[in-house]
Design a protein around this ligand. Sequence first.
Ligand SMILES: *[C@@H]1O[C@H](CO)[C@@H](O)[C@H](O)[C@H]1NC(C)=O
Ligand SMILES: *[C@@H]1O[C@H](CO)[C@@H](O)[C@H](O)[C@H]1NC(C)=O
Ligand SMILES: *[C@@H]1O[C@H](CO)[C@@H](O)[C@H](O)[C@H]1NC(C)=O
Ligand SMILES: *[C@@H]1O[C@H](CO)[C@@H](O)[C@H](O)[C@H]1NC(C)=O
Ligand SMILES: *[C@@H]1O[C@H](CO)[C@@H](O)[C@H](O)[C@H]1NC(C)=O
Ligand SMILES: *[C@@H]1O[C@H](CO)[C@@H](O)[C@H](O)[C@H]1NC(C)=O
Length: 505
Amino acid sequence: MCELLVLLLCAAAVNFARADFSFASYYGNHMVLQKAPERAVLWGYGLEGSKVMVVLQGEQENKVRSAHVQNGTWRVTLDPVEAGGPYNVTAFQLGPAEAKITLTDVLFGDVWLCGGQSNMYLQLSKVFNASEEQAMAPKFPNVRIFMASLELSKRELIDLPKVEIPWSVPSSELLGNFSAVCWLFGRYLYKTLRYPVGLVESCWGGTPVEAWSSSWALQKCGLEADDGSYLYIIPGETGPEPKRENSVLWNAMIHPLVNMTIKGAIWYQGEDNTIYHLDKYACSFPAMIDDWRATFHEGSGGQTAADFPFGFVQLCTPNQGHIIDKFARLRWHQTADYGFTPNPRMKNTFMAVSLDLPDKDSPWGSIHPRDKQDVAYRLMLGARAVAYGEKDVSFQGPFPAKIMLSGDIINITYTQTISVTKSKTIFEVCCTEVKQTCSIDSKWVSAPIMQWGPSSVQVSTELCEDIVSGLRHAWSDWPCEFKACPVYSADGELPAPPFTLNRWP
Ligand SMILES: *[C@@H]1O[C@H](CO)[C@@H](O)[C@H](O)[C@H]1NC(C)=O
Ligand SMILES: *[C@@H]1O[C@H](CO)[C@@H](O)[C@H](O)[C@H]1NC(C)=O
Ligand SMILES: *[C@@H]1O[C@H](CO)[C@@H](O)[C@H](O)[C@H]1NC(C)=O
Ligand SMILES: *[C@@H]1O[C@H](CO)[C@@H](O)[C@H](O)[C@H]1NC(C)=O
Ligand SMILES: *[C@@H]1O[C@H](CO)[C@@H](O)[C@H](O)[C@H]1NC(C)=O
Ligand SMILES: *[C@@H]1O[C@H](CO)[C@@H](O)[C@H](O)[C@H]1NC(C)=O
């Protein structure tokens, strides 16, 4: 009896709290809603059973949708709206508790989600040319920003617990605290799109992919067991970090967003996984992408594409005094071991190669390079080609199409024309006594570049006196100095990504 009373009181308290009529945390003045052909989803809280009417008011448009409050929330899906604005979105609660709330200066455009760890988090105030970049804010009033707070949760939340930067027109001050990669990507994209872009930053430094993955995604890769192994400690840290636990950031920082309609996502993460479940990344990363796609599609009632474009940054370099290959392996796994994207496992993805943008002297540590402009620019090229279907945009660095061994020479033919500088070679051959599959533990010897043609490079195998069983490229943590790899696209903009290939699989 007593217990029942407590339950009833609790329920009443919850209902009362939800009676406040409001939008969910990530709807606000100055926001960007996803433009046509997708339809924007709007939701919020209200008094159980009330009718809610949402009116979109702009110069041309006047649209009305309505819904009922069920289980404390209401939700409407607008008709498709072409890019532009500004609009006002007013929600009316009708019935016993009449209320009205208005979002002003709302634009329609493309909404991009920016996720990952510290290199996505790195603020614009910390990159090269920071003050010039921040000072450009007033030139881009139609690129709007929003940032989720750093929160974790043991269970999936339906709304963000806290907002760090509510939807805003960019200012120099706000941009100083906003993700450099996210902002630069958005403003470069705006230059080609010429319509509003909404940027949603939700990322946290020092976190593994497992923390951003649902249990469904983890299960796909045999990672669901909560065995406490996430309690790895990075040198310099004082203790274990709860933010690294399976699914906790998915639960609190991504799942709440799944009912919003978005165009796509960009991602800069992987450094933590060089010391945690490294060789699972070829499974865990694509599984996370699959899961985000399925969940956003379902959460938006089919508005966010089921295969929405997903761009990511292939890891740069940390300043390790000695050659180890953890970053090389992680870079390979970022492509599901194909070496390039999109590929059959990772459709509709694009990758910004960044191994040629090291920054030994970065005050934030060499693991946080300050050149985020090139990173974002390369991501933007990928978005134009993959997300927007522009046919003539070159966005992939040169990747081998054909490899021929004759005598002491390997002739590598690329899928595109190239530009070559005969700097330090970063090709290596695997040298074995018998025909065998190579591994990272095999003997790898340098294969110097001898000559090259418009779309091919010839390397020498002379330093291998046994059987040449494999070929790899850029397979070290720090393969090249700044923009000084040997092979680039013909225009010199895009470096050849790393690869490792076996002759006897
Ligand atoms: C939106 O509301 C504001 C303030 O009420 C008003 O000044 C503005 O004209 C409205 N804009 C549109 C597009 O209706
Ligand atoms: C409301 O919540 C109850 C219990 O959690 C659930 O069974 C029901 O499906 C929910 N209804 C809606 C419309 O979400
Ligand atoms: C930027 O972040 C710092 C530290 O969190 C904070 O003190 C400051 O108020 C923020 N600035 C703006 C403009 O939000
Ligand atoms: C978000 O979407 C999911 C999946 O469609 C649904 O179960 C949930 O009720 C939605 N939440 C809100 C607040 O609309
Ligand atoms: C910084 O600005 C200088 C001068 O405009 C330019 O040459 C350089 O490329 C910029 N650096 C980056 C990383 O964009
Ligand atoms: C390398 O291969 C390409 C394409 O197969 C060919 O055009 C080129 O002549 C070859 N180069 C050498 C030096 O064999």
